[in-house]
Design a protein around this ligand. Structure first.
Ligand code: XMP
Length: 506
């Protein structure tokens, strides 16, 4: 494996993604929490950083010790740090060094830069630049404005680059990373979904033995893939619980429960609609609704988990971005995790935790799911918020409003699927607005509610653009909703991006 030491760059996770796309396993660790290196470590990468190496409180790392023991690749900050602390010079750049540049010199004989064509486009993003390097550094790539675009410390396995090979604008960045991983570190590129599945199942068997595990299924990708992996490892000792909170999409509970059962999972569906709707009655504030749903879910899950005798583990679908310890950019102090008050937790939360996907990124979870043969309908599903339709019904929630929204949403989603747009948007859903407007149907004046349609494109939900659905498709959906869903006489489309809007309305 490869260890990536993170100095807080926005691109660190992208380095990890690229390394893994080359079928090499890697882990991200904060620069100030360097793990003990075991025999599996084949090389180390130092990331970029929002810091300048010239700042007094700039993050430190003992690169000499690491470089003596392992092949080392410094990227951006990492490159500048090593240059500065080896007797070179780093100064603020006098000219713009953001964006695209082309390599006007490349040392084709060097292990890191071989097979990269002259003029290859690279992506620069730095405020400082290396202006002088010591005698034992050889420059292996340059651009018009950045002479030291890449260097090699002679007679060592330490290599550095000032540009970012991990972003797609660095056209041959992947080749460069492959050179480092394969030629320099000797990695064997055998980390694939199949190998992940094999080693994970073996490790789960070893860890859990004959114990029992409870796991809450949500119908989403992560919990489904986690459940199937655990099922392969421990079979019927995995007890899945799928809760119907009454706020899922139309027919979703029945459909998803059915496909879980087809997958051979030992799953119990719990109908808790009334418990949720009772507790939500009259609540209007979005945060109060979320809290009520969270509270009832814990109660319902705890009750269901108690029905499994002698359970010792709680399975969860946690994925890697949730567990990567982040580097604080406000100060290089170690992040301190808060401790839970174990005494006050419901019983199931006192169980030991097993998280088979906590080393994977979302797209890797999908690939593993595919290799496990999980239904593409489950793997390709849009993200859906835990509180479900409760936060898509603005204002208070009643069973009537839920039914109206479910019907309108089903028409919307079916049309997206039929037209091929479902897979082109990142997330879509209908929202029930708490306003009534005047309409006319036949000779009758109507005074009914408004449904808003929302569809966005996004990578991770942090930022999003509204999707440019064709007018014809919107016209068809609007027609179908108004003609078929009693209580709705108007449909609108949300054309706001995030930021400044959010994806959900509450
Ligand atoms: P926003 O509305 O913040 O949504 O732009 C970003 C993503 O998060 C989802 N979301 C939630 N998911 N519980 C969840 O599990 C919540 O309370 C919640 N609120 C928003 C939203 O659907 C989108 O994918």
């Amino acid at each position: 494996k490869i260890i990536i030491l993170d100095f807080g760059s926005q691109y660190t996770q992208l380095i990890a993604r690229r390394v893994r796309e080359l079928n090499v396993y890697c882990e991200i660790h904060p620069f100030n929490h360097v793990p003990d290196f075991d025999d599996a470590v084949k090389g180390v990468i130092l990331s970029g950083s929002p810091y300048s190496v010239r700042q007094a409180d700039a993050p430190n790392v003992d690169f000499k010790a690491i470089g003596d023991a392992y092949p080392l690749l410094g990227v951006c900050y990492g490159a500048q740090y090593i240059a500065l602390h080896s007797g070179g010079q780093v100064n603020p750049s006098s000219i713009r060094e953001y964006g695209r540049a082309n390599l006007n010199f490349i040392d084709g004989a060097n292990a890191l830069t071989k097979n990269i064509p002259l003029n290859s486009q690279v992506w620069m993003s730095h405020g400082d630049t290396i202006t002088a390097v010591p005698d034992n550094f050889e420059i292996i790539a340059s651009t018009d404005t950045v002479k030291v675009a890449a260097y090699h410390v002679k007679d060592t396995n330490t290599y550095c680059i000032q540009f970012h090979p991990e972003v797609t604008h660095s056209v041959d960045g992947k080749q460069l990373l492959e050179n480092f991983l394969v030629e320099i570190c000797g990695c064997s590129q055998d980390w694939t979904p199949d190998s992940f599945i094999e080693t994970t199942i073996a490790a789960l068997k070893e860890k859990i033995g004959n114990d029992k595990v409870v796991l809450g299924l949500s119908g989403g990708v992560d919990s489904s893939v986690a459940a199937v992996l655990l099922h392969h490892a421990i079979g019927e000792n995995l007890h899945c619980i799928f809760v119907d909170n009454g706020l899922l999409r139309k027919n979703e509970f029945e459909d998803v429960l059915d496909s879980y059962q087809h997958m051979g999972l030992n799953v119990r569906g719990v109908n808790a609609k009334d418990r949720f709707l009772d507790q939500l009655a009259g609540l209007k504030d979005p945060e109060q609704k979320r809290k009520a749903i969270g509270r009832v879910f814990i109660e319902v899950f705890d009750d269901a988990a108690h029905e499994v005798q002698d359970v010792t583990w709680l399975g969860q679908g946690t994925i890697y971005p949730d567990v990567i310890e982040s580097v604080s950019v406000k100060g290089p102090s170690a992040t301190i995790k808060s401790h839970h008050n174990v005494g006050g937790l419901p019983d199931f939360m006192k169980l030991k935790i097993v998280e088979p996907l906590n080393t994977l990124f979302k797209d890797e979870v999908r690939r593993v799911g595919k290799a496990l043969g999980i239904d593409p309908l489950i793997l390709g599903r849009h993200p859906f918020p835990g509180p479900g339709l409760a936060i898509r019904i603005l204002d208070d929630i009643t069973p009537e409003k839920v039914a109206i929204l479910q019907d309108a949403d089903a028409i919307y989603i079916n049309n997206l699927k039929e037209s091929g747009w479902y897979d082109k948007v990142w997330q879509a859903g209908a929202i029930f607005l708490p306003v009534q407007s005047v309409g006319v149907m036949g000779d009758e004046r109507t005074y009914e509610h408004v449904i808003c349609l929302r569809a966005v494109s996004s990578v991770d939900g942090m930022t999003a653009d509204w999707s440019h659905l064709p007018y014809e498709l919107l016209a068809k959906i609007s027609n179908e909703i108004i003609n078929n869903v009693k209580g709705i006489n108007r449909v609108v489309y949300d054309v706001s991006s995030k930021p400044p809007a959010t994806i959900e309305w509450e």
